[in-house]
Design a protein around this ligand. Structure first.
Ligand code: DI6
Ligand code: FE
Length: 411
């Protein structure tokens, strides 16, 4: 008995499991974790290890801290080109919405992405993914939304699937056809939604390219009615939904998402108390995106106190995208969530593990160090877990272990 594939020793654990008021990290000092067949087989204090255990590989963690592998639950990381010129325009005082309405913004990235070949898209995206992984990320969600036609949306999601195969990372794909109105449908948004519902979504679903469906419900995006149509089609195909909600204005997006049983509602700067209450009732996770808040120089804060009071789980993500968050650091997002949104460092860590897993429907697979879950782990050279949110621009990750890489490999 107790013959394991690998064991981690000489280590402290932030398990994020069984969080209590006194220790929100679920800490185990001088702990041990064992893996069998890619799953966590044992976790606890080293002193409580069963007698006679054996393991093929012993990882000496040199007194560092092991956390669940980090989960970036909201990215648009497969795209081509850059929007540095728009950044310069915005710094001159032109707003994000003005740029979008003039045909720039998302549509400028759509032009670059449609023009890019698959290899080029893969190369540009791999570099961004590598930066995330270097900080201990083991699961990443990747959205489409820069194609806005069936062929390009499929190419983006296909590249996301290829990245998963190539990089020892769990990838969850999300179809975001309703991200912006493509130029060929200008003035005909309802017709584009017909295309999304009747052609794109069924084709992408049939090809097995989407794990979930998202939309951009906003003045410069799609109306609540159009969003509801996309959600109804997604649900009819058995796909879970999530939503870019209340980022620039309050269209009641988060409440709409909750009514459709969404896994998450994301951004939320303009969400009302009624939306927060609807999310709480539906069990919809709030995904906060401090990178977009910061980069757009937004001043309206997401309703963090109301979310906490309503016990809505708060996840954090990079929103990695060329227009509002050209960022590949989940650790930086943890710091910003504390400094800008007043989360605690423990809430920030839960936001990129425990709650991020729930935002992807993976709560039984990832996001905690607990028996039966995937052995996705990150090892940090730190003295206490709060250091992960405290230092910005530093990367104390010294090991990244992904369940599918047999016995786990250091970063
Ligand atoms: N909201 C965002 O922050 C990203 N998409 C969205 O719906 C930004 C996309 C972009 O500007 O390229
Ligand atoms: Fe986004």
């Amino acid at each position: 008995m107790n013959h394991w594939d690998a064991i981690w020793l000489n280590v402290n654990l932030a398990t994020l499991d069984g969080q209590s008021g006194t220790d929100p990290y679920g800490s185990v000092e001088d702990g041990a974790v064992a893996m069998l067949d890619g799953r966590i087989a044992w976790v606890g204090p080293r002193a409580a290890l069963p007698a006679g255990w054996r393991a093929q590989v012993e990882h000496d963690c040199r007194g560092g801290w092991l956390t669940p592998g980090l989960i970036d639950c909201h990215t648009h990381l497969v795209y081509a080109g850059s929007r540095a010129a728009e950044f310069e325009q915005r710094l001159q005082g032109v707003s994000y919405e003005e740029i979008a309405r003039a045909g720039g913004g998302i549509l400028s990235t759509v032009r670059a992405t449609r023009a890019a070949g698959e290899r080029d898209l893969l190369r540009q995206s791999s570099a961004r993914l590598a930066a995330l992984l270097a900080e201990g990320v083991t699961t990443v969600e990747i959205k489409s939304g820069y194609g806005l036609d069936t062929a390009t949306e499929s190419r983006i999601l296909g590249v996301a699937r290829q990245l998963a195969a190539a990089c020892a990372v769990e990838v969850k794909t999300t179809f975001l056809g309703a991200h912006a109105l493509p130029p060929e449908y200008a003035g005909h948004a309802d017709d584009y939604i017909d295309l999304v519902c009747e052609e794109m979504l069924p084709a992408i679903h049939a090809a097995g390219l989407a794990d979930a469906v998202d939309a951009f419900c906003e003045g410069i995006g799609f109306s609540p009615q159009q969003t509801a149509r996309v959600f109804e089609r997604a649900r009819s195909l058995g796909l879970p939904v999530k939503l870019h909600a209340d980022q620039l204005s309050d269209l009641g997006g988060a409440a709409l998402a909750a009514q459709h049983g969404a896994l998450s509602a994301d951004h939320l700067e303009y969400s009302s108390q009624a939306s927060v209450d609807a999310m709480a009732r539906a069990g919809t996770v709030a995904v906060l995106l401090p990178g977009a808040y910061y980069f757009l120089r937004e001043t309206r804060l997401p309703p963090v106190a109301a979310l906490c009071a309503a016990l809505v789980p708060m996840a954090l993500a990079t929103d990695c995208n060329p227009g509002t968050s050209p960022c590949t650091s989940l650790l930086l997002m943890m710091n910003m969530a504390c400094t800008l949104f007043r989360l605690t460092p423990a809430e920030a860590l839960a936001g990129v593990t425990l709650h991020a897993a729930r935002a992807l429907g993976l709560q039984d697979q990832a996001g905690r160090i607990a028996p039966g879950l995937r052995a996705d782990l990150a090892l940090w050279e730190i003295e206490r877990p709060a250091e992960l949110a405290y230092a910005f621009g530093a990367n104390p990750c010294v090991g990244r272990y992904h369940a599918d890489t047999a016995v786990g490999t250091p970063a």
